[in-house]
Design a protein around this ligand. Structure first.
Ligand code: ATP
Ligand code: MN
Length: 467
């Protein structure tokens, strides 16, 4: 009778011993002596590998070598699942059959046992998922994506899909990537030959990759009440930092009738839920990352779950920064945007906890944020996290047609491009709020990795789009 293949994780958790099992995976290590060989097999289903015991009578070391049972090879193993004699695992497989499905020549295979730098691994992004580190990061990334949907679904939100190709470049969130099918050489020109004629382009107008799904998210919120988007966003900003990607995923909830307070409550509940979910569901992977890279990781995650975030006005934050003893590279003045060094000072040195900053000067924020009665500040909110700086940016949106068009004029946002956005204020407008959480910044925080390029499988950044 044929035995169904089990995953390594199923077997490691199994109470049902002394039975025949089949597993398939990749060899992580092979070691032993002339009596017995131990082969660690990992199939990606979890952090831990299963130990396969191969007795020399049936599997002489020379034979295993000749067959290619080496680090990196894909193998199928059949055997008895038994209680382990050794320490480090409770069960193991006493092999009766080992088949090599795909060899990996040990003299060439780029992943050697000795371990590699994260920089080197970035150059082999097609193989790095097979390392302990990237296996852990990718499983945590999955868990976080799943938890995002779980959180919103449990709270009655609807997942809406906003477009990736957009016709407006007025969203103001960053530099955009052009989308066009016009020829590179001699594109059609307008009648007076002064410009490229985008009327002849695929969509009959200039189009770009989206920088945010928010404006379309607002459409959905003003119909379905509570919605969120979770999709790729693109920014052609030339920022070579450890916190910026040119292609990243963003989660953007938008809720009708929520004000700024509600928005802060939602952001805080959401982040705390996600971090708690990771602590409860990604224990093996987190334990490894904590030991390997950052001994304070688990403590930091628990701290976020256990403590309220500090909420304060931008104006108060500027006061704190101005009287700080620390020297900053960039000056702090009311009306200028805070740099990440300032954000991290507030979080890491001053309050020693996550911070939500609100009511920023209108001139440094987007046109759609609701103007406060002081006429100087808008109901913006940024959530700042240790080691990261800004993890969420959001606001209460301007619901008054009159005030919105005035802000657009002041900020040179063309009304004709956003006629549909304005009509939301003309017909049944309502207070509403939302925010954007950069998914990779969340994964950065939860994994404790230092560089955002190491928490997405295929990072896109200036001069890099391999794989
Ligand atoms: P920053 O000031 O850090 O560049 P931003 O103010 O431009 O961010 P928003 O437009 O408010 O960012 O976007 C919402 C969220 O998306 C941010 O809080 C952040 O988590 C994430 N984010 C923004 N830009 C990037 C990027 N280039 N790469 C990865 N995540 C990003
Ligand atoms: Mn922002």
């Amino acid at each position: 009778m044929s035995v169904r293949r089990s995953s390594v994780q199923e077997l490691l958790r199994s109470q049902e011993l002394e039975r025949e099992v089949v597993v398939k995976g990749w060899v992580r290590t092979r070691r032993g002596n002339k009596y017995v060989q131990f082969i660690a097999v990992n199939d990606g289903s979890g952090f831990n590998s299963i130990q396969v015991v191969a007795n020399a009578e049936q599997f002489p070391e020379e034979q295993l070598k000749a067959d290619g049972v080496e680090n990196g090879a894909a193998v199928a193993v059949r055997g008895q699942l038994v209680a382990s004699q050794g320490k480090g695992q409770t069960v193991e497989i006493q092999a009766t059959e080992i088949t090599v499905l795909g060899k990996a020549d040990p003299t060439e295979y780029p992943l050697q046992k000795k371990g590699h730098s994260l920089e080197f691994l970035r150059e082999i992004a097609h193989l790095r998922p097979r390392t302990n580190t990237f296996g852990a990061v990718l499983r945590i990334r999955h868990a976080m994506a799943f938890a995002v949907h779980q959180f919103f679904n449990d709270q009655g939100f609807f997942y809406v899909h906003t477009p990736i190709i957009t016709g407006s470049d007025a969203e103001g969130a960053g530099q955009m990537f052009r989308v066009t099918t016009l020829p590179e050489q001699n594109p059609p020109l307008t009648e007076d030959k002064s410009a490229v004629d985008y009327k002849q382009d695929f969509f009959g107008k200039q189009t770009n990759l989206t920088v945010s799904g928010q404006l379309e998210g607002e459409i959905a919120a003003l119909a379905l009440g509570k919605v969120y988007t979770f999709g790729p966003t693109f920014r052609a900003e030339n920022s070579n930092t450890a916190r910026h990607l040119a292609e990243f995923w963003m989660i953007e909830p938008e809720v009708a009738f929520n004000d700024l307070q509600d928005n802060m409550d939602l952001a805080e509940d959401f982040l705390r839920y996600l971090v708690r979910y990771a602590l409860e569901n990604c224990q093996d992977d987190l334990k490894f990352l904590n030991e390997q890279y950052d001994k304070e990781l688990l403590g930091r995650l628990q701290f976020v779950v256990d403590n309220d975030f500090q909420r304060l006005n931008y104006t108060e934050a500027v006061g704190i920064l101005k009287s700080a003893k620390q020297k900053f590279e960039f000056p702090v003045d009311w009306g200028t945007d805070l740099q990440s060094e300032h954000e991290r000072y507030l979080v890491e040195k001053h309050f020693k906890k996550p911070v939500i900053l609100i009511n920023y000067p209108k001139d440094i924020k987007a046109f759609y944020m609701k103007l406060n009665d002081d006429n100087q500040t808008v109901r913006a909110m940024d959530v700042l996290f240790p080691g990261i700086g800004e993890i969420i940016g959001g606001s209460e949106r301007e619901e008054s047609l009159e005030k919105l068009t005035k802000r657009m004029a002041e900020m040179n946002v063309p009304e004709h491009e956003l006629w549909w956005y304005l009509e939301l204020r003309k017909y049944g407008t309502a207070p509403h709020s939302g925010f954007g959480l950069g998914f990779e910044r969340l994964v950065l925080f939860v994994t404790g990795m230092a560089n955002i390029r190491d928490v997405i499988p295929f990072p896109r950044f200036p001069k890099s789009a391999e794989f």
